[in-house]
Design a protein around this ligand. Structure first.
Ligand SMILES: *[C@@H]1O[C@H](CO)[C@@H](O)[C@H](O)[C@H]1NC(C)=O
Ligand SMILES: *[C@@H]1O[C@H](CO)[C@@H](O)[C@H](O)[C@H]1NC(C)=O
Ligand SMILES: *[C@@H]1O[C@H](CO)[C@@H](O)[C@H](O)[C@H]1NC(C)=O
Ligand SMILES: *[C@@H]1O[C@H](CO)[C@@H](O)[C@H](O)[C@H]1NC(C)=O
Ligand SMILES: *[C@@H]1O[C@H](CO)[C@@H](O)[C@H](O)[C@H]1NC(C)=O
Length: 295
């Protein structure tokens, strides 16, 4: 009788997990040592307000000490949101690199490309370093890949008020796929470009295998968008769906526990539950009644 109860419990866990109820865990990092965007609290609140609808948990920190092996290993994706400057010490960078080497995923937004400028692994994982931007103004953003989850809901010519970033290299050179490009005739940029960022002018891109991983290691996914300067931007549902689509896409990598029970990083809860499925599937053959949906 006791064994029956135990088996029933295991079946319930297995059903709950098989229907992918375990939320993905996202660590939002917003530390700044340079320019600080006053839209950071708006951005964090906007993402956290969407958490349950996208089955994610957004933890938020500005504490560089969170960048330890133990803490990072529990996250399915790290999200650098409008960070600037030297936001990690040497230990934090080592832990970050190790996270990437274990297949960790990475999302970066806006001035995250103006962060850790002297660390090649960071530049490669993000895709390119920020160079300069012309003044904030209205501009047209062209969707050049409308099949990606970060762009599929956008109009092909997307009017935004934002900073049109220029970059110090072409992210396509390291294997990134550009999904958004600036329409350069839709705004004024009198700056002097001394770097070649390629054409069309990249504004958002993804890497199926993040280039920040060290040789021979398992690379997770990476997504970057340069948009996101203003409070108003973070209050815009279309922009939020662009960002959330990018995060959801990175979570579909094969390298985190969200999608791979043998992965080395990601939400611990999803691994624990998944291991129960594996062990129970060998002993249980009776049909399961799908009564329990939540854990
Ligand atoms: C943006 O929102 C924050 C609060 O989230 C506020 O402190 C700040 O003043 C706002 N910025 C502007 C330009 O309105
Ligand atoms: C951008 O366009 C909107 C509406 O189209 C307008 O209200 C706003 O003043 C414009 N902003 C700038 C900085 O030109
Ligand atoms: C780019 O912007 C210009 C000026 O607003 C407009 O005439 C043109 O149609 C746009 N092209 C694309 C591809 O969006
Ligand atoms: C993830 O694994 C699936 C199934 O093995 C495979 O079809 C897919 O190409 C893999 N994706 C990546 C990015 O490796
Ligand atoms: C799951 O993760 C492990 C460890 O990173 C990796 O070796 C394996 O290829 C992944 N499985 C799939 C189907 O991608």
């Amino acid at each position: 009788m006791e064994l029956r109860l135990l088996l029933t419990f295991i079946v319930c866990l297995a059903i709950a997990s098989a229907s992918a109820q375990t939320p993905a865990r996202v660590l939002i990092y917003t530390r700044t040592t340079g320019f600080r965007h006053d839209s950071i609290p708006t951005a964090v609140e906007a993402l956290q307000a969407k958490a349950s609808s996208v089955n994610m948990i957004f933890d938020h920190t500005e504490d560089p000490a969170k960048f330890s092996d133990e803490t990072l290993a529990g996250y399915d994706v790290l999200l650098f949101l409008s960070t600037t400057g030297e936001v990690l010490d040497a230990n934090g960078k080592t832990a970050f690199q190790k996270y990437l080497n274990f297949g960790g995923n990475f999302v970066a937004i806006h001035s995250a490309s103006d962060t850790l400028r002297n660390d090649m692994f960071y530049e490669l994982e993000l895709g390119a370093l920020f160079d300069y931007h012309p003044p904030l103004q209205n501009a047209t953003v062209d969707v050049i890949d409308d099949t990606h989850p970060s762009t599929s809901m956008l109009p092909s010519e997307w009017r935004v008020m934002d900073e049109m970033y220029n970059f110090q290299s072409d992210p396509r050179d390291i294997g990134a796929t550009v999904v958004l490009a600036a329409n350069e005739s839709s705004y004024i940029d009198n700056g002097n470009r001394t770097f070649n960022q390629g054409q069309p002018h990249p504004l958002a891109w993804f890497q199926t295998h993040g280039a920040g991983v060290e040789g021979g290691k398992t690379a997770g996914r990476s997504f970057y968008t340069s948009l996101g300067h203003l409070n108003e931007t973070w209050q815009d549902e279309l922009f939020l769906s662009h960002v959330l689509g990018g995060i959801m896409w990175t979570l579909q990598s094969n390298t985190t526990r969200a999608t791979n029970t043998s992965a080395l990083v990601g939400n611990q809860a999803s691994q624990t539950t998944s291991q129960i499925i594996i062990s129970s599937s060998q002993t249980l053959t009776s049909p399961m009644t799908a009564e329990t949906t939540s854990r």
